[in-house]
Design a protein around this ligand. Structure first.
Ligand SMILES: [Zn+2]
Length: 427
């Protein structure tokens, strides 16, 4: 992969390979700065600290953050309703905002006058973007902040950007061809649409285009889709992870072994039920603290589940990595008083190559919850009784609950988005 190996001067390269202790020191220093600033300038942050009876000077290190509650998207929405338009989350007056972004549900987000956040640039660089690239940015430039953040970040790297925006597939194909675009920025599914349309228009995907790298995000990237895109287009595809409220929280490097946490952010993995920090390797909610004075977020809960690794990455970056996004905290179901998360059932079932698909169904028998794992097998001829016994023991051990295994025919499980189906009736 020639593109991934390209090297050129980059403003951030030294920081990405700094020893981890040095990074913690630097993050702690930035944390003290942002907490003090946000306490003085953001009503929402002041309210949060006051309510937790914590003075800003008491947040000295990342460990102290645990004294503060987690702010969720619904907190943001509620506070914007009671204190419009920003819910007190803004850290500067309106006249110091370059843009005001509008998210679905009429949520307002302040945009900084000068975009200085280097995290998306760091991510783009890791995916292979370099100075001189011609980037086609197909994220939506209307109301939403993400396209602008990437636009500014491409500028930081020295790339030329086409503000293509979303949609108009046929035009996107022509633009990509005429302007000899070298880098795609957008969702993986839209790149697939562009590739399919280009094929339909009679283009040779490898010969007629100059595309070398793809930077994708905003939706899941199944490995099968990555392989198809990389193979058909002859390019490298790397993905990023983040939210528009807290910015970039992870990006893949050339090694694609999880997502590196960028330098200018604090990412914690916490127990979604208690908010306390979990040890390395344990699965929990991704909670982020950024250093954006215009829109400071202190302990913002993304609702996404993952786990961290600090194993060294062959690419040389010394940051920790988010290993995989495992689902959402709000998909939790309570069975006989125990919380069952889809990531738990995913992990459990992933150990059995015999299983093709599964779905957990929760029902009521009298006053008791019953949990059934419906399973479609890869090969129907295996010893089902043996597998049933192994799975049921594993369910009991892993979830601390009794669950029954029921084998169903191919095609019975069709709704793959709903891993845990609640069929209890409460009348
Ligand atoms: Zn790496």
């Amino acid at each position: 992969m020639a593109k991934g190996e390209r090297t050129s001067g980059y403003f951030n390269e030294k920081r990405e390979t700094m020893p981890p202790e040095e990074r913690w020191d630097s993050l702690n220093g930035k944390l003290r700065g942002v907490v003090t600033y946000a306490y003085d300038n953001s009503h929402a942050v002041k309210h949060k600290l006051d309510k937790a009876q914590v003075r800003p000077q008491e947040i000295e290190t990342i460990d102290d953050l645990q004294r503060l509650p987690i702010t969720t998207k619904s907190d943001l929405v509620e506070m914007q309703k009671s204190s419009p338009p920003f819910g007190g989350f803004e850290g500067v007056p309106i006249k110091k905002m370059r843009r005001i972004y509008v998210l679905p549900g009429l949520i307002y987000e302040p945009g900084e006058w000068e975009y200085r956040d280097t995290r998306w640039a760091e991510a783009l660089y890791a995916s292979g973007f370099r100075a001189g690239d011609i980037a086609q940015n197909t994220f939506n430039y209307q109301m939403w902040p993400f396209a602008f953040m990437l636009d500014d970040s491409l500028k930081m790297l020295g790339c030329t950007t086409i503000a293509a925006g979303a949609g108009n597939t046929q035009m996107q194909v022509q633009i990509m061809h005429h302007l000899k675009v070298t880098g795609y920025v957008g969702t993986p599914s839209f790149l697939m649409s562009i590739a399919e349309r280009a094929g339909g228009m009679g283009y040779d995907l490898k010969k007629d285009f100059s595309l070398q790298v793809g930077f994708v995000g905003a939706e899941m990237l199944p490995e099968s889709l990555r392989e198809r895109l990389e193979g058909n287009l002859g390019i490298t595809i790397r993905q990023c992870y983040g939210t528009v409220d807290v910015g970039c929280l992870g990006y893949e490097c050339i090694e694609k072994e999880g997502m590196h946490i960028p330098d200018d952010v604090i990412v914690e993995i916490v127990d979604p039920d208690t908010g306390s920090r979990l040890p390395l390797g344990a699965t929990g909610e991704i909670v982020a603290t950024n250093f954006n004075p215009t829109f400071p977020m202190i302990r913002y809960g993304t609702g996404d589940l993952s786990f961290l690794s600090e194993d060294p990455c062959p690419c040389g970056r010394t940051s920790m990595r988010l290993m995989k996004i495992l689902g959402r905290t709000d998909q939790v179901t309570k069975v006989r008083g125990m919380f069952i998360h889809p990531w738990q059932t995913d992990e459990l079932v992933a150990k059995y190559p015999e299983v093709d698909k599964y779905q957990v169904v929760v029902t009521r028998s009298g006053y008791l919850d019953e949990m059934t794992f419906r399973i479609e097998l890869v090969d129907e001829s295996i010893d089902k009784a043996l597998l049933k016994g192994r799975l049921e023991r594993d369910i009991q051990d892993t979830l601390n609950l009794k669950g029954e295994v029921e084998f169903v025919g191919r095609g019975v499980i069709f709704d793959m988005h709903q891993k845990i189906k609640d069929e209890r009736k409460w009348e």
